[in-house]
Design a protein around this ligand. Sequence first.
Ligand SMILES: [Zn+2]
Length: 403
Amino acid sequence: MNANTLFGKALGLGSGWKVVNSEMDVEGRHLSLWLDFEAGSRFECSKCNEWRAVHDTVEKKWRHLNFWQHETTLIARVPRTKCEKDGVLVADVPWARNGSGFTLMMEAMILLLCQQMPVSDAAKHLGEHDTRLWRVLDHYVSEAHEAKDWSKITQIMVDETSAQRGHRYVTNVLDAETKDLLLMVEGRGAEAIAAFASEMPKHGATPQQITEVIMDMSGPFMSGAKTAFPKARIVFDHFHIMKLAGTALDDVRKELRAAGADLSGGLWALRGNQWTRTEEQLKLRNKHCKTYPQLGRAMALRECLQDVLSDKNRESLKWWINWAAHSRLEPFKKLGRTLKSHFEGVFAFMETRLTNAAMEAINGVIQLSKRAARGFRNIKYFRIAAYLKVGGLKIAVPHVLPI
Ligand SMILES: [Zn+2]
């Protein structure tokens, strides 16, 4: 068996194609393989799939997997078919997608690597410019994303995150059940929600099927969700509510300090739940609360809100709002008013226990992949990386054998 036949077998070339020449540059660690088709072969027109005669050929090159650390290039005269209906078209070759500069096996390798490491690292590892890798990812990720079925989705989470340094935002929409990232839309608020709703029919879904939308208490998201999802109940995220309560408590502490109260060491003693503080912090907490009754009241309000939210009782929530209104603590009076005007959404959380917790985790993954890629040049890359990592997509990795 000569070298060309051997390479042909290693490539898994089927009938019709053969390796006609091979050149190994040992110093440059490069292997070039020239492929050609049998004289007189006919090829399918890439549009209508009818067998057609060869009109002429064009030379094309593809980067292939390394042969023993030798960067390998396939070079072939690719036939152009002439079809009465479709005219002259480049024929498909069995080892590569039309228009790609990589073989299918190489693309499979790129997909596998990029799921394990940042694209810039994969590019370095393969000795390629990352733009070429992004192009491959874009093709497979977009294809899998378009094919994703949304018909069973009833509960979604929405949240915004910064996409780039500066003030560009993207809105993420997640399936609350599977935690898959469904859509990343540029922008925020009502417009972003509307963009998701209009995307639904392409995925076999309709806005009417959405029964719950989980979000923080952002006005634009609320109005957007009410318009886009007429049958949906808005659910306010519990963590967001408790964060507001934490801020109210902090404001009370700051006001006291500004008025001359000695609250040294109190910041961490006051924040967080009882069970997350040390014994010393709890002692300090009790001391401060005794000395400054306003602080004691603020602490009680915050802890009590935690209890109220863990129950399904409408009356307790009303009772808390009433207490806050009479607390003589401006930050809690304000929080009480906020909860009153968002009552149904807060109560919806108490009933459903749905939270945006998964969103936080996903934002973490997204921010991490953003940093790892050392700054995305555009939002398109950011979106591809996020779909690849947390989109729950079924990516059709090319069949490795035979090519
Ligand atoms: Zn045709």
